[in-house]
Ligand binder design. Sequence first.
Ligand SMILES: *Cc1c(COP(=O)(O)O)cnc(C)c1O
Length: 254
Amino acid sequence: MLRRTMAEFDIKAGLLHVLQRIDEVILLRSKEIQAARPLLVAVSKTKPAEAIIEAYKAGQRDFGENYVQELVEKSQHPDIVAQCPGIKWHFIGHLQNNKINKILSLNKLHMIQTVDSEKLATKLDAAWSKLKPASEPPLRVLVQINTSGEEAKSGIGTKEAPQLYQFITNNLKHLQLMGIMTIGAYGFDYSIGPNPDFVSLMQVHRSICEANSLSPESVLVSMGMSNDYDRAIEMGSNVVRVGSSIFGYRAVKA
Ligand SMILES: *Cc1c(COP(=O)(O)O)cnc(C)c1O
């Protein structure tokens, strides 16, 4: 199932380039933006185990996948298990109810970035408490927000987001709510101005902090991919999900 379409792409060089760009762009942030140093999540979907191991050896620890089955296979891959003991998996795809137990049973699952309804959150909370011993820390999650308003995109609406945030924080003790995430529209033309999805997510961030009396630094913001992670960081993102700039182009998934 995992494809081997890697051309001779220099993964280590790709990774180091992205890390260097992150360092540069933090300095461009305005003084009002109080955000932690961005976490780089290397998006390894469609890439083989060797690619992940190569990035791990170059120092990368956080990896993102958006297909449950592919993530299950990779998390159990003997070479990854043996050579990447400190790996942290982030799930960044749409999560269906019937895959919840599968994903929560994963070894080294670090965070689910795509919780977008009370129903899904409640199911995750119940499943975590059933599957894990009481001593296990809660499951880290982000609330996914549909900032572009496109019907086809997952995510809760910007208006409803603060309420979902509050609901999870107040009611679901087996979830540790860490922040918010957006995917946004593809192919924004930056010559027009700032990306409206990023503007919108930062507005939601402000509303959530105000409504719940939280400090801005305590609510993570996951936005930005290969073509715009630098712009996202400039606007206050502190989790960027970068795939092709690290691993090279992906063959389109059938
Ligand atoms: C594929 C994917 C990314 C990374 O995309 P690139 O353009 O390759 O950096 C980031 N976030 C999500 C949710 C994705 O599905």
